[in-house]
Structure formats: structure tokens, C-alpha cells
Write a protein that binds this ligand. Structure first.
Ligand code: PGA
Length: 232
């Protein structure tokens, strides 16, 4: 399975160094993609870890103050990048057009996007889950080749589930992931949103999930170890 770890804006220098030390004790065959803050990209990562980032700039190298380009990420051995996380869509007003442009930047630099999609509580209650996801996916993947579509990873993260402790029922998750796989037949789909070492007992029975995107849990090594063991 693919386990992507989204640290968000967490861990100062010393905390990150300690985290990596503790992380080195994890033994797993799952594909672990670690997405720390940009400031930690140059630190050592354990051998079994693939490096990811949480965002990418819209443009090539050049006069774009405060931005980090896909070319720069590539030079730091970043292999995957989270794109369109709901926190960025909301807080940074990231538009569908921006997300499409970031996808292009990443593929041009041989970095695989982990595209986050998901509905709000209101959209779910209005029965608009598929409509919302279809728009997010179709606009972001426009002009991608079939090879790129197969490399791409989608992370289905219901916005109302992120960091809230609430998760959809297995039936709801299955329905939505089936819909995503109908739009993108050969693309891997992760589930993200309040996944813990406890509720994984319930979610792991969903066989069409290709992995998980973990936020809060990614920072807790002991709980992460329990989750990984349960997925074996
Ligand atoms: P969470 O975050 O696991 O803390 O809900 C997931 C995410 O935002 O990617």
C-alpha cells in the first residue's frame, strides 16, 4: 500500500531531527512517502522513505518571490507532491486553474502529483459529492497523457473529515472511490481524513483503497507503527 504522510506546518528543526531518528525504527514494506515542511527537505531521510512535498510553485525558476519551483524540488530528490489540499484551496485561495498549472509543472519535472479532492459537509448533504469531485478531477487532469494519468495518485479527502475525527461509512467511501476509478480507471486512489490506528480496523476492509494520506497520525510514530502493522 501507499502511505503518504502529510506533516503540514509542523515540527521545528530539532523536533524533525528527533522524528527522523524515531522513524528509522519503523520496519515496513509499504511504500512510505514523507511530505515534511519545505524547510526540512534537505535533511536526511531513512532509506525506506520516499521524499514528497506538500506544495509546488506555479512557475519555473525565476522572479517569483517566496515560491518553490518543481525544478528546485526535483533537485532535492522530491518524487511526489501533494497538490490541491483543501487547506490550500481554502486558506491560499488556490483555484482549479492553479491546481491544473501545478500538475503541469510537476509532470514536466518528473514529479508525481498526489491530487487531493473532496467535498464539504454542505456539498455532501446536498447530494453533490460526485459533481464536486468530477469538476476537481476533470479540470486538474485536463491535457494529461494516459501515461501521466496512470502515474497520478488521487487522495480522496472529504473536507469535513480532515482533522475532525469524523469519517464516512465504508459504504460511502467505496461508492466515492468507485466513482473516481470510473473517471480515472488506472489511477491509484488513497483515502485521507482522520485515519487513526484505531479506525483503520474498519476502513482496511475496503479493498479498492490503494493507500492512505495521513495528517495528524503521521506525527505520532508509535501510533503509526500500530497502523502499519494492522495493514500487513
Ligand atoms: P488528518 O489530515 O489525517 O489529520 O485528518 C489528513 C490530511 O489533511 O491530509
Amino acid at each position: 500500500m501507499i502511505i503518504a504522510l502529510n506533516h503540514k506546518s509542523n515540527l521545528n528543526k530539532e523536533e524533525y531531527e528527533k522524528y527522523i531518528e524515531d522513524f528509522s525504527t519503523i520496519k515496513t514494506n509499504h511504500k512510505m512517502i514523507l511530505c515534511p515542511s519545505f524547510v526540512h527537505l534537505n535533511n536526511k531521510t531513512p532509506n525506506h522513505v520516499i521524499l514528497g512535498s506538500q506544495n509546488v510553485g506555479l512557475f519555473d525558476n525565476g522572479a517569483h518571490t517566496g515560491e518553490i519551483s518543481a525544478q528546485q524540488l526535483k533537485s532535492y530528490h522530491v518524487e511526489y507532491t501533494i497538490v490541491g489540499h483543501s487547506e490550500r484551496r481554502k486558506e491560499e485561495k488556490e483555484s482549479l486553474k492553479d491546481i491544473h498549472q501545478k500538475m503541469q509543472q510537476l509532470f514536466q519535472n518528473n514529479i508525481i502529483p498526489i491530487l487531493c479532492v473532496g467535498e464539504t459537509k454542505k456539498e455532501r448533504e446536498a447530494g453533490k459529492v460526485e459533481e464536486v469531485l468530477e469538476k476537481e478531477i476533470i479540470t486538474a487532469t485536463e491535457n494529461l497523457t494516459s501515461e501521466e494519468r496512470e502515474k497520478l495518485i488521487i487522495a480522496y479527502e472529504p473536507i469535513w473529515s480532515i482533522g475532525t475525527g469524523l469519517i464516512p461509512s465504508n459504504k460511502e467511501i467505496i461508492k466515492t472511490i468507485r466513482f473516481i476509478k470510473h473517471l480515472l480507471p488506472n489511477t491509484k486512489v488513497l483515502y485521507g481524513g482522520s485515519v487513526t490506528e484505531e479506525n483503520i480496523d474498519i476502513i482496511k476492509s475496503i479493498s479498492i483503497i490503494d493507500g492512505y494520506l495521513l495528517g495528524g497520525l503521521s506525527l505520532k510514530i508509535e501510533q503509526l507503527k500500530i497502523l502499519l502493522e494492522k495493514l500487513n
